[in-house]
Design a binder for this molecule. Structure first.
Ligand code: NAD
Length: 357
């Protein structure tokens, strides 16, 4: 059946990097038998300008009808002064909530060609290949009540609610164990069970779910220790599963182990495997329109889309091999430049990947 892919270029460098990923998908469509249609829609600041909302009804309909979505990035200084509900980033939260995208998969793998770009010593990161599975629909980011209130003595107090239901923990744990089965069969669950009741339940439920996956080894770490271990000995991890807040922080930390934010893709999946795929970086307004952004994270997001939602692992590998080849050829955008190399622009990088395909 023909798969429907919705492309949301977004703001800033979004349209530039997405154009290169679309070229790659077009190439697979025309030359390698990918049966898919590509449709385009608006999300973020551009959607506010055109239709008055960051996640307009038209996009909602397109997103619900699509099998998978590829997003560039949203946001920029020109929309920062808007009321909160109109800010581009709200569009992102809205589409995640609307499509119930509860599982955020963030691989952090080091291309051997880029070992010197990591902030850690090369021997600590050589061969690094870890996957962070972050719960995306719960925790402090969505828990009620929340707000800023004024106390009897006139002082103001900010408050949020950390909460997880058993069913929410079970479903994210299953995603992590299933992912581990495709990898090195190790899951490390990260929590703060020594202090937080929410984490106490998290640990209990993850341990129970582990019983369904006897072939996968489960370990637990407190989040403070996990943060330390990520920069001390990151290769000890295969799959890390954690809640929304801890995952937000740890996944950004893990991304830097690989040297560049411009290289890492991500997936946000619902219970049926439908997903929104996007690079982990933002809209980079500082370099937007200059043709220098690295499109590889977005191109690799398209590979994840083919693997996780369209079940086309061979097409995904084709893209990943092509990216490896262009790095082997010494092609580098500015963010991953090393001494003695000549930088290429966004389009030239995309063209090189297509040529390698
Ligand atoms: P950012 O990720 O956009 O940029 C951080 C730094 O990394 C910048 O110096 C930028 O030039 C560089 N960079 C990012 N992507 C790059 C690429 N592909 N190639 C080369 N260099 C790249 O983060 P920020 O500056 O904190 O945020 C900018 C805007 O993006 C804000 O409006 C923010 O809200 C938004 N944002 C959106 C998303 C998303 O859409 N998922 C995620 C994070 C931030």
């Amino acid at each position: 059946m023909t798969a429907k892919i919705l492309i949301l270029p977004g703001d800033g460098i979004g349209p530039e990097i997405v154009a290169e990923a679309a070229k790659v998908l077009e190439c697979l469509r025309q030359d390698h038998g990918l049966d898919a249609t590509l449709d385009y829609g608006l999300l973020g600041g551009g959607a506010v300008d055109a239709l008055g909302e960051p996640y307009p009804e038209a996009t909602r309909r397109q997103a619900r009808a699509a099998d998978a979505i590829l997003l560039g990035a949203v946001g920029g200084p020109q929309w920062e002064a808007l009321d909160r509900p109109l800010r581009p980033e709200r569009g992102l939260l809205a589409i995640r909530a609307d499509l119930e995208l509860f599982a955020n998969l963030r691989p952090a793998m080091l291309y051997p060609q880029l070992a010197s770009a990591s902030s850690l010593k090369p021997d600590l990161v050589a061969g690094l290949d870890l996957l962070i599975v972050r719960e995306l629909n719960g925790d402090l980011y969505f828990g009620q009540p929340r707000g800023i209130r004024t106390l009897d003595n006139g002082e103001r107090e900010g408050f949020n609610t950390m909460c997880y239901r058993e069913s929410e923990i079970e479903r994210i744990a299953r995603v992590a164990f299933a992912a581990a089965r495709q990898r090195a069969r190790r899951v490390c669950s990260v929590d703060k069970a020594n202090v937080l009741e929410t984490s106490e339940l998290w640990r209990e439920v993850v341990t129970r779910v582990a019983g369904e996956y006897p072939d996968v080894a489960l370990s637990h770490q407190y989040v403070d220790n996990a943060a330390m271990q990520l920069v001390r000995a990151p290769k000890q991890f295969d799959v890390i599963v954690t809640g929304n807040l801890f995952g937000d922080i740890l996944s950004d930390c893990a991304s830097m182990l690989t040297g560049s934010i411009g290289l890492l893709p991500s997936a946000s999946l619902d219970a049926r495997g439908k997903g929104l795929y996007e690079p982990i970086h933002g809209s980079a307004p500082d370099i937007a329109g200059q043709g220098v952004a690295n499109p590889l994270a977005t191109i690799l997001s398209a590979a994840m889309l083919l693997r996780h939602t369209l079940d086309k692992p061979e097409q995904a590998e084709r893209i990943e091999r092509a990216v490896g080849q262009v790095l082997d050829q010494g092609l580098r955008t500015l963010d991953i430049m090393a001494d003695g190399m000549t930088p290429v622009g966004t389009q030239a990088m995309g063209d090189a990947v297509v040529a390698a395909l």
